[in-house]
Design a protein around this ligand. Structure first.
Ligand code: HEM
Length: 443
């Protein structure tokens, strides 16, 4: 039942790691059928790449494995217009178009710019833990909602120069984008209009509404997200007029090698990409890492006793709970990958989840080892599209877990977590926990 790997419902019960391990041994590049479901038509099927070395080889050869031809989502865009739309996003470009945008972004998204944000991120992390604990020495909360959800939004608001009071818009937008697989998220409306800025009020006039059957317009089209685009457009115009200190203002002022600048349309598409990529990933990665610590109480003690372990612990937690499970490419030529004869035009999907458990690269791969060295996990991808926000994600996770472990004492499960219905994001919708003050040396 290999199709199970494609079925988003599979992941509500958890990742089928045993099946992935067997396939890594027996059929490391395996053909997966794409049967239709109630809300999406059948697809042509795809090759799923499971071994670490093959995943790297796919990701590092954009001339053979294109991000542009069919986009980077396993499911094909619904119409030619939808394909044209996703191709305008950096994520779905190949060199040289990708290289130009990537260069512009790396000039403004520098390690120094991220370092400057670090103190503010630490402040946000402390404020979140203050809010959850409210001075009490023990309690219970939903870690996914109460602890994890806000930090990525606050950080994104800083980067994008979005007023903090508008940040729940980012939450709603990225919910809608992933909501095409999980109905719980499809028409998210957590943003409170009465507290938003003038920009938000203007943009929200265009917020789409659900059809009679509850369906929202396809969020992977421009028409599906008119409120996001209106907001991004107004924001870009405002930043061109009055640049701020944020990274997007710097980016809009940047001049490329040919003397050109980022167009407003390019900015709008980047805004979409950041709003989703910078939010959803961490909102799942942070509770996922927490599950690692809940299942391994000794690891909590270890980290508390030696905070210098934090950087390697976060890498290991990202390996262990890989938030982005897959990405897609399209073959540009007939070729062989291992035993598989791939034809030009076929979809090739890499599994980071599987690569990060590859026993030929990671000794005892199912074990959480906070001291694992080296740890060449692929949670942030590999090659020319390697995650632009990787450093920012690490800084947020380190800051938040430093606060949580120092201030919330021992964390324990308080019921079953609820997982996202998705074959793309390894998501955590609810994570009930208790926390209690440590009572003495060693807790
Ligand atoms: C734990 C958190 C994160 C994970 C696991 C993650 C994962 C990934 C992966 C796997 C890719 C590669 C896509 C591909 O090769 O097609 C990627 C790309 C990207 N990520 Fe992240 N990401 C995270 C956080 C962030 C954050 C915080 C931001 C921004 C604030 C961000 C922005 C981006 C962008 C812009 C790209 C596209 C880069 C390009 O096309 O060159 N990500 N991410």
């Amino acid at each position: 039942m290999i199709e199970q790997l494609f079925d988003p419902s599979t992941y509500v019960a958890g990742v089928p790691f045993e099946m992935l391990a067997r396939l890594r041994r027996e059929q490391p590049v395996v053909w997966v059928e794409e049967p239709g479901t109630a809300n999406s038509p059948a697809g042509p099927g795809f090759w799923l790449v499971l071994r670490h070395t093959d995943v790297q080889s796919v990701m590092n050869r954009p001339e053979i494995f294109s991000s542009w031809l069919g986009g980077t989502q396993t499911r094909d865009p619904a119409t030619p217009e939808a394909l044209r739309y996703v191709r305008r996003m950096m994520l779905n470009m190949d060199p040289p178009e990708h290289t130009r945008l990537r260069r512009l972004l790396t000039r403004s998204f520098t390690p120094r710019a991220v370092a400057q944000l670090e103190v503010r991120i630490q402040g946000h992390a402390a404020a979140i833990v203050d809010r959850v604990t409210a001075g009490a020495s023990s309690g219970r909360c939903d870690f996914a909602r109460d602890v994890a959800a806000d930090l990525p939004l606050l950080t994104l608001a800083e980067i994008l120069g979005v007023p903090a009071e508008d940040r729940m818009l980012l939450f709603d937008w990225s919910n809608r984008v992933i909501g095409y697989q999980d109905p719980d998220y499809a028409s998210s409306a957590a943003f409170d209009l009465t507290t938003g800025s003038g920009l938000a009020r203007e943009a929200l006039k265009l917020r789409p509404t659900a059809a009679a059957d509850g369906a929202m317009p396809d969020p992977r089209t421009r028409e599906g997200m008119p409120d996001l685009y209106a907001y991004a457009h107004l924001l870009a115009e405002e930043k061109r007029r009055r640049p701020g200190q944020d990274i997007m203002s710097v980016l809009l002022a940047e001049v490329d090698d040919d003397g050109g600048r980022l167009s407003i349309e390019e900015f709008e598409n980047l805004f979409w990409l950041f709003a989703v990529a910078g939010n959803e990933t961490l909102r799942n990665g942070i509770p996922g890492a927490c599950i690692g610590l809940l299942e391994h109480p000794a690891a909590q003690d270890d980290l508390r006793a030696d905070p210098t372990l934090m950087p390697s612990a976060i890498e290991e937690l990202l390996r262990w709970w890989t938030p982005v499970m897959t990405f897609r490419r399209t073959a540009t030529a007939d070729l062989r990958l291992g035993e598989a004869a791939i034809r030009a035009g076929q979809k090739v999907v890499v599994s980071f989840t599987s690569a990060n458990r590859d026993e030929t690269v990671f000794a005892d791969p199912d074990r959480l080892d906070l001291r694992r060295q080296p740890n060449p996990h692929l949670a942030f991808g590999y090659g020319p599209h390697f995650c632009l926000g990787a450093q920012l994600a690490r800084v947020q996770m380190r800051a938040l877990f430093a606060e949580v472990l120092a201030r919330m004492g021992r964390l324990a499960c308080d019921g079953r977590p609820a997982f996202l219905r998705s074959n793309f994001q390894r998501g955590v919708k609810r994570l009930p926990i208790t926390w209690s003050c440590l009572t003495g040396p060693g807790g």
